[in-house]
Design a protein around this ligand. Structure first.
Ligand code: GLC
Length: 462
């Protein structure tokens, strides 16, 4: 009889095997350890992917790896980089980095998007870096690291880049397509939810970590922005039956400060799927808001991070979880959980993705199911007291994840098939499973990544 496989042990071993070393020290985890697939850049340590591993390490007493990671990425932050001859500004963190042997020694090679497919800018990396720094401090109490002048300087570079006044009327961050987990063209430029949720979490992290001496006014700017951002997101991004009815009856072409329909949304732009799909109970944050635009798609990471970080109010958070429960088959299906819903198809697929064969409907970024999202779901469920929902989601992964060798993503309307081009032994799929088990076993761990309710939303209505 074959030995009974223990999924947790398998996952622990696989996570261990993914650790990357630099000058003898553990500094990160590679994205995937799949011998049968083309490596491309999956042999690198991605900042966003590492967060899932890092939280597991912080919980299991391997804080040293997280500290090393924070230190070396900080040194990479100020490295000169260029696209052709153009030098982008400082502050960004790399999408990924690797260790290479050069001239008999090891060197770190970072990618700020200048090597990445389509040269996408990894805007989420610097936000994740701050969120992770705060998680490290929470787990270890090592505030001295964040207080170090190089760390205070690194945080300020990021914040300056984010808080810079620009050609913009909104408190949200304006970004190009593919600047976060969805790192390909998918019609997610402008003000995508995921970036706003991470921006909010990064600002809250900065509020805790910046030293009180505020000679350059950055700390004050952070606190002020938090209020405006929270107000903007909670008021304008929110979608539920009541909002649908408001939008449905909007008038267009309203000019001046008394306009109700501030973004000039036309009722005829509400997609039919949304009207049919939105349950009576529950709601969520729209994928994007801009001039004349609401992207009604449900984006999972942004919505769940809003719950975890208290960007959404208590009531909105509980409504987001209600929506997930009410639309379980669509959003969770056979593998938690869908990256976004619904997929864009036909002419929309052509226009949004530029005919991208990897992002065909119900695959990869275009409505694929990603096991990494399990931990976000479990964390949001634990935060809102929905333990049975979290347990059901974990059970689904237990049935398949190990057997399928921890794929990167699944395809199909309900996530039934292993993704066509999915890597196996994808590290964040492995870490998400371990982290979810840890969060359920001890909900106290949630505080590494969550924030208390915040009622400072600043409304400045005229
Ligand atoms: C893909 C994903 C991206 C991830 C990377 C490494 O490019 O879209 O989110 O960071 O793979 O796993």
């Amino acid at each position: 009889m074959p030995p009974v496989r223990n999924l947790v042990e398998d996952a622990q071993k696989a996570l261990e095997a993914s650790i990357m070393y630099y000058k003898g020290q553990a500094v990160g985890t590679i994205a995937a350890r799949d011998k049968d697939a083309l490596a491309l850049n999956y042999d690198q340590c991605f900042v966003r992917d590492f967060v899932s591993s890092a939280l597991v390490f912080l919980i299991t007493g391997r804080e040293d790896i997280v500290r090393n990671f924070l230190e070396i990425t900080l040194t990479l932050q100020s490295q000169e980089r260029r696209m052709d001859c153009f030098k982008p500004g400082l502050g960004l963190m790399p999408a990924s980095f690797k260790v290479e042997l050069r001239g008999g020694g090891e060197v770190l090679i970072a990618d700020f998007g200048e090597h990445a497919i389509a040269r996408v800018t990894p805007i989420d990396s610097c936000l994740w870096w701050m969120i992770l720094l705060r998680a490290y401090v929470k787990a270890t109490g090592d505030l001295a690291l964040a207080n170090r002048s190089d760390f205070q300087h690194g945080m300020r570079l990021i914040l300056r880049l984010c808080l810079e006044t620009r050609f913009d009327m909104y408190p949200t961050l304006l970004v190009p397509d593919g600047s976060f987990m969805i790192d390909r063209r998918m019609g997610v430029y402008g003000y995508p939810l995921e970036i706003q949720a991470l921006f909010y979490a990064a600002l809250r992290s900065a509020e805790e970590l910046l030293l009180p001496n505020d000679l350059d006014g950055i700390r004050t700017a952070v606190i002020e922005r938090l209020g405006h951002l929270a107000f903007h997101m909670r008021s304008y991004y929110w979608l539920d039956m009541q909002r649908l009815s408001e939008i449905y009856h909007y008038k267009g072409e309203e000019f001046g400060i008394s306009a109700v329909n501030k973004f000039n949304i036309y009722a005829s732009s509400i997609p039919a799927w949304f009207i049919n799909w939105l349950p009576d109970e529950g709601g969520y944050f729209a994928g994007n808001i801009g001039p004349g635009l609401i992207d009604f798609r449900f984006f999972t990471l942004g919505n769940l991070m809003s719950v975890i970080t208290s960007l959404s109010t208590k009531e909105q958070s509980s409504n987001i979880l209600t929506l997930v429960a009410n639309r379980w088959d669509d959003l969770v299906g056979q593998m938690p959980m869908k990256i976004c819903f619904p997929a864009v198809e036909d002419r929309d697929w052509q226009l949004f993705t530029g005919f991208d064969p990897k992002n065909v409907p119900w695959s990869y970024h275009n409505g694929g199911n990603w096991p990494v999202l399990l931990w976000f779901l479990v964390a949001a469920a634990v935060k809102t007291g929905n333990i049975p929902l979290a347990e059901n989601a974990i059970k689904l992964t237990e049935a398949r994840l190990g057997k399928d060798l921890f794929p990167e993503y699944y395809d199909g309307k309900n996530g039934r098939l292993i993704g066509k081009e999915a890597r196996r032994y994808q590290t964040w799929s492995i870490a998400a499973f371990l982290l979810s088990k840890q969060l359920i076993a001890n909900p106290e761990h949630l505080k590494l990544i969550s924030f208390e309710e915040d009622n400072r939303a600043i409304a400045c209505e005229f």
